[in-house]
Ligand binder design. Structure first.
Ligand code: KG4
Ligand code: ZN
Length: 470
């Protein structure tokens, strides 16, 4: 194996791909900076069914990977990292004009073409389309991409296997085309690393004078240093549609699961509760909007409870599952079932037949408010216990559910009280994306790790692992 294959280990440039669930995401990172970040979400399509169907997700990924990749490549060309010394003119750079006489198809050998076709054989036209797209890129730009990428990162688990596979095969094909090492990344480690991201803004970088750019670069370096300086041990709370986990982190890449859900994940409970109340998928944002109305109407916020004087508005009372259990595990299916019973009781009282229609707007608000109170109480209390028991100095929270403003604010209050540093991702990086995958690859490369060499045995054997753990 060629051990020096990653050319720049200090400031690696990573093309990262994420397709573990219903987001088709590709990013390009330079060190910890996300230079290009694109996410195509299938949420509206899955909303019809109230959840994600793996084979449908896979087909959509296959359809969207090339359009998303072309957006990322366009950002790369527009960015100062490469655009400065490109000798093709701007229009050609920006349009990737397919009519230029010298296009990159000549860079792809017959053997590579065969290899790519085989790698993507199960993904419909993706192989042919990818070769056609790459072939349409002007030669000089193709060479710049090849020179500019140090490694390709891809999520290989956990997640929906058919969805993971299409991303892995696509990433393998790109590895072969550009002859770059492939870094298989754990999606959950991505959620942890998402707190280190620095949003790139290439347009503003480009329009600045060189001294501005220099000043910004210094600031960015400081920012990177500050962000990646984490006092260990840290606790990570991972809260998404598929996971609810408390993880002890002694140093980067050294993880130990302290506890996890024994049934549904917290995001899943949001989604299922939303469905029962008659709100659209994904349920998190919809429920939290109603819950925030409830708190506003009753004038309280965590750690306060609904005031005594307003108790009559607490129409529903839900359990706080496993709040006092001795371990660090969670259970959210009981909460969801309690919501189901609450809705059913309500329906019986009204003699109505349609579960979700039986609730008035006011009742929906009260139910969402009580649901979110239960979630926040359990999450904060268990995390508090873990921080104290481990003596953690830092709390990292990752996963789609931390897009929730109220949960963010509650944890800010908790960590302020405990004197612990809180790291949470920007909202755009809380839900699934590829920048977080690229960040893990960056950390691994900085730690001296290498990727899988295209066509090596390890490369050929890389598989999707739906249940991948830490
Ligand atoms: O991490 P993610 O994008 O995908 C998985 O890996 O599961 O998380 C998606 C989950 C969904 O269950 C969604 O309802 C939840 O995150 N979510 C939220 C919010 N935004 C997304 N939950 C609560 N409040 C939100 N604002
Ligand atoms: Zn996720």
């Amino acid at each position: 194996m060629n051990l020096n294959i990653i050319t720049d280990q200090k400031n690696p440039k990573i093309l990262a791909i994420e397709t573990s669930c219903d987001e088709t995401a590709i990013s390009f990172l330079h060190d910890l900076k996300s230079i290009s970040h694109h996410v195509h979400t299938q949420a509206t399509m899955h909303a019809e069914f109230g959840g994600v169907f793996p084979n449908l997700a896979k087909r959509e990924h296959a359809k969207n990977l090339i359009p998303v990749l072309s957006l990322v490549f366009k950002d790369i060309f527009d960015n100062e990292i490469w655009s400065a010394d490109l000798s093709v003119n701007n229009t050609q750079q920006k349009n990737h004009s397919p009519n230029i006489s010298e296009n990159s198809s000549q860079n792809i050998s017959a053997e590579t073409q065969k290899n790519v076709t085989e790698l993507l054989a199960r993904e419909g036209n993706l192989g042919t389309d990818l070769l056609a797209y790459i072939g349409s890129i002007p030669n000089q730009i193709f060479i710049k991409i090849k020179e500019g990428i140090d490694a390709i990162a891809v999520t290989y688990g956990p997640g929906l296997e058919p969805a993971l596979w299409v991303g892995i095969s696509f990433a393998k094909a790109l590895s072969v085309i550009f002859d770059k090492p492939l870094m298989p990344i754990n999606h959950m480690e991505g959620h942890i690393a998402s707190v280190l991201a620095i949003a790139g803004d290439q347009t503003s970088i480009q329009s600045e004078t060189s001294s501005d750019t220099e000043a910004k670069a210094t600031k960015t370096e400081e920012y990177i240093a500050e962000k990646s300086h984490i006092d260990f041990p840290a606790i990570a709370l991972l809260i998404s549609g598929g996971h609810t986990e408390l993880v002890q982190i002694n140093s980067w890449h050294d993880y130990k699961i302290l506890g996890q859900t024994v049934d549904d994940a917290v995001g899943e409970a949001y989604d299922k509760t939303a469905r029962l109340i008659g709100l659209p998928y994904p349920g998190g944002p919809a429920i939290s909007a109603l819950a925030s109305k409830f708190r506003e109407e009753n004038n309280y916020n965590w750690p306060e409870k609904i005031p005594e004087s307003n108790l009559k508005n607490r129409i529903f009372e839900l359990p706080r599952p496993m709040l006092h259990s001795k371990d660090f595990n969670f259970s959210f299916s009981g909460l969801k079932t309690a919501v189901l019973y609450a809705v059913r009781d309500n329906l019986n009282k009204k003699n109505s037949e349609n579960l979700s229609n039986s609730l008035t707007d006011n009742e929906k608000i009260a139910l969402a408010g009580e649901f979110e109170d239960a979630v926040v109480e359990v999450l904060t209390q268990k995390t508090n216990k873990a921080i104290e028991e481990i003596g953690a100095q830092t709390l990292i929270i990752g996963g789609g559910v931390i897009a929730n403003t109220y949960i963010r604010e509650s944890f800010k209050k908790l960590t302020d009280k405990l004197g612990v540093k809180l790291l949470i991702p920007e909202i755009s990086l809380a839900t699934d994306n590829a920048s977080m995958i690229g960040l893990v690859a960056t950390l691994k490369i900085k730690d001296g790790q290498n990727g899988l060499v295209p066509n090596s045995k390890e490369f050929a054997e890389l598989k999707a692992d739906g249940n991948l753990g830490f």
